[in-house]
Design a protein around this ligand. Structure first.
Ligand code: NDP
Ligand code: 2IT
Length: 453
């Protein structure tokens, strides 16, 4: 189809989405992520023929490359197991591909296409030279022994290693991939290539990791929340916070919220949520960290330990709060839950997880004037410190905790500023629009510079 200058924004949107759905059937999460971006980018580029003629959005929504491979490994009983592994290299216009690996039984191509697309915008927002990618497997780490996880990671890296490299594509962690998995993956890559390079981030401090990387996503999402509140003359002191998840992002978001004077009353996992009306404290947080990263137990054990209520099969959005931070997974706040949060007094939402809020739920927040920070801006602190880990690896140096904390804080403040610059609509700041446009411009301009490639 040739470029048609006379289409209205609505016609352009319909044409674009129809084509996307036709080319990527049954990939609902990918459609959702692209639709959310297109809703703000198509009006933005409407009077910019350079972008439209070069079909920038069409090219951004077609990943550069998708790698899919069989991963065979043996469990502790000697049974042969088969999983599917993927790497989606979405866009490397502004730097090498960069993004996490997710090990979760629900992972499919649609999940990883949506995540790699979001990552492209997020990485652009950090201001660092990183393209967007995501990978992973439908391997389910729950209930697996350390040896089984090690054998899986070694098999996975054996297939992935020829597609990645410190200047090519640098994976990191995500759901189900933490310090343990990164260690096994890095060890296997080193064994296969006989090279010690910064090919992964989120590494242990003993072998090239960076201070502040494990805290960065949760801390960064709280910093963004702090900046949004500051814009309205508010602060976190004395606020009640509701968080979902109890993994890497949730626990460090909770830690920073506590440090800034907020009361964190919930955490969750896929089996339900706990409500602790007194709020978490450092001792309780240490209990959670040990529960989730050492014993690999369930959040319901917290309820037994501290004699609070556990709500099986439920999500925490029914609990009254001032601020909410979804930090578990995609599509974990629906329209009704958003309405409940608004009705119960929530004034701000900062997304620690990727795309945790359904599109019509975002509409509920925005119409109610709730400050809403989309994931590609709010949780960019993780990949930003990954970028700083790459810089340290290249220069063979290690920055101090203070230096890294300072850089993280500044990067989050700059992302906030860019969102405000492109998202201000009178009194209200549309952070979704701001993040999409600010993230888009740098990638789009680099793509224009390359011509038709
Ligand atoms: P973890 O594996 O450390 O923790 C994931 C948490 O989410 C667990 O509590 C898990 O519960 C819960 N969870 C996972 N899937 C579901 C589900 N389908 N329904 C309900 N709960 C679920 O992962 P992270 O903390 O690293 O990641 C959390 C989110 O943050 C993800 O969206 C990820 O993409 C995003 N993110 C992570 C970054 C990072 O640096 N790690 C950076 C930026 C974003 P259970 O144990 O029961 O499965
Ligand atoms: O979604 C994300 O930004 C991550 N999982 C972190 C990616 C990274 O490369 O650190």
């Amino acid at each position: 189809m040739s470029y048609d200058n006379n289409l209205s924004v609505k016609q352009e949107m319909d044409r674009f989405m129809k084509g996307l759905v036709r080319r990527n059937p049954c990939e609902d999460e990918f459609h959702q992520a692209v639709h959310e971006v297109a809703t703000t980018i198509i009006p933005y580029v409407h009077d910019k023929p350079l972008y439209r003629k070069a079909r920038i959005l069409e090219r951004m929504t077609e990943p550069d490359r998708i790698i899919s491979f069989r991963v065979c490994w043996e469990d502790d009983d000697g049974n042969v197991r088969v999983n599917r592994g993927y790497r989606v290299q979405c866009n490397n216009a502004i730097g090498p591909y960069k993004g996490g690996l997710r090990f979760h039984h629900e992972v499919n191509l649609s999940t990883l296409k949506f995540l790699s697309f979001e990552q492209t915008f997020k990485n652009s927002l950090t201001g660092l030279p990183m393209g967007g990618a995501k990978g992973g497997s439908d391997f389910n780490p729950k209930g697996k022994s350390d040896h089984e996880v090690m054998r899986f990671c070694q098999a996975f890296m054996t297939l992935l290693s020829s597609h990645i490299g410190a200047d090519v594509d640098i994976p990191a962690g995500d759901i189900g991939v933490g310090a343990r998995e990164i260690g096994y993956l890095f060890g296997q890559h080193k064994r296969l290539t006989n090279e010690f390079t910064g090919v992964l981030t989120g590494k242990g401090l003993e072998y090239g990791g960076s201070l502040v990387r494990q805290e960065a996503t949760g801390y960064g999402a709280v910093y963004f929340l702090e900046d949004m509140l500051k814009e309205k003359g508010e602060g976190l002191e004395g606020k009640t916070a509701v968080i979902s998840g109890s993994g890497n992002v949730a626990t460090f978001a909770a830690k920073k919220l506590m440090a800034l004077g907020a009361r964190v009353v919930t955490l969750s996992d896929s089996s339900g949520y706990i409500y602790d009306p007194d709020g978490l404290n450092p001792e309780k947080l240490n209990y959670i960290l040990a529960l989730k990263t050492v014993r690999r137990g369930r959040i319901s054990e917290y309820a037994e330990e501290y004699n609070v209520k556990f709500f099986p099969g439920k999500r925490p959005w029914e609990v009254a709060c001032d601020v909410a931070m979804p930090c578990a997974t995609q599509n974990e706040i629906n329209k009704q839950e958003a309405e409940a949060l608004v009705a119960n007094g929530c004034i701000a939402v900062s997304e620690g997880a990727n795309m945790p809020t359904e599109e019509d739920a975002i509409g509920v927040f925005q119409r109610a004037g709730v400050m809403f920070a989309p994931s590609k801006a709010a949780n960019a602190g993780g990949v930003a410190v990954s970028g700083l880990e790459m810089s340290q690896n290249s220069a063979r140096i290690s920055w101090t905790e203070d230096e890294l904390n300072k850089q993280l804080r500044e990067i989050m403040a700059k992302i906030h500023d860019r969102c405000v610059e492109h998202g201000r609509e009178g009194e209200y700041i549309d952070y979704v629009k701001g993040a999409n446009i600010a993230g888009f411009i740098k990638v789009a301009d680099a793509m224009l510079a390359y011509g038709v490639v």
